[in-house]
Design a binder for this molecule. Sequence first.
Ligand code: NAD
Length: 282
Amino acid sequence: MTLNKIGVIGAGTMGSGIAQVCASAGLHVTLIDVTESALTRGVAAVDEGLQRQVRKARICEGEHKTILAQLHASTDYSSLGDADLVIEAATENLELKLRILRQIEAVVSADAVIATNTSSISITQLAAVLESPERFIGVHFFNPVPAMQLLELIRGLQTSSQTHAAVESFAKAVGKTPITVDNAPGFVVNRILIPMINEAVFVLQEGLASARDIDTGMQLGCNHPIGPLALADLIGLDTLLAIMQVLHEGFGDPKYRPARLLKDLVAAGHLGRKSGRGFHSY
Ligand code: NAD
């Protein structure tokens, strides 16, 4: 099964990035959001992303126009009628996603694949809302989508091999490297990354080293491109705390308890780069 016509639900940070990489790969993209203003912002983000590619001489001005012409924006779910693959990338909220998935299934063809970009909700639980749960899979893109090479494919309990194979080919067609993982809290990458960052917060909380030295230690000692606390500030401390809570609740294992300092900083509104202050100041 070749997936050429792609629907993307949600024109925010991730949806616009996914739309950009799909359109850049020559796929036809329909971007859906609830308001015209959200769509305008999403399309402007794609345009800006492509302009950056032109400035870096990765594409020419003509290609920029051709890629933008592959992208259509709409507030109407019925424009997904001919989609081969619809990727849900709306706000991280279970009830909202369940509603959106029902809306998608009501308009797409019987053999269309339906996917979600959720970073923390169970793929198996989301699949269960569909009449045909075997056509559902997690496609976890990383931020910023155009720059990050990985695509984590998450198989729910119900996901068919056919669905997985189709999405694996799609990943390669849009220039990403897929890895396949089974559904579990945090999937694989966040399961490893986020507790590592949380451990760095424990180290800071215990006064073992300064934030700057913890970051320098991991950069120079482990060749990480960015230190864990600087990365925490980039991700957003509220997002980080939410993922630790998903791991803690999902596994019921105390090793996933969020560090007290992380909870305190979130309560104080020190959320990292987006609020101007987290473990470092901006
Ligand atoms: P965002 O807030 O930037 O964008 C969400 C968009 O969804 C908004 O434009 C909103 O208007 C739209 N939306 C809300 N309800 C909708 C509906 N009923 N129909 C259509 N659109 C609707 O969020 P984001 O950061 O792009 O995250 C989107 C998804 O991607 C979430 O599930 C998140 O967990 C996941 N994710 C985020 C990141 C990240 O770093 N931001 C990384 C990986 C995965």
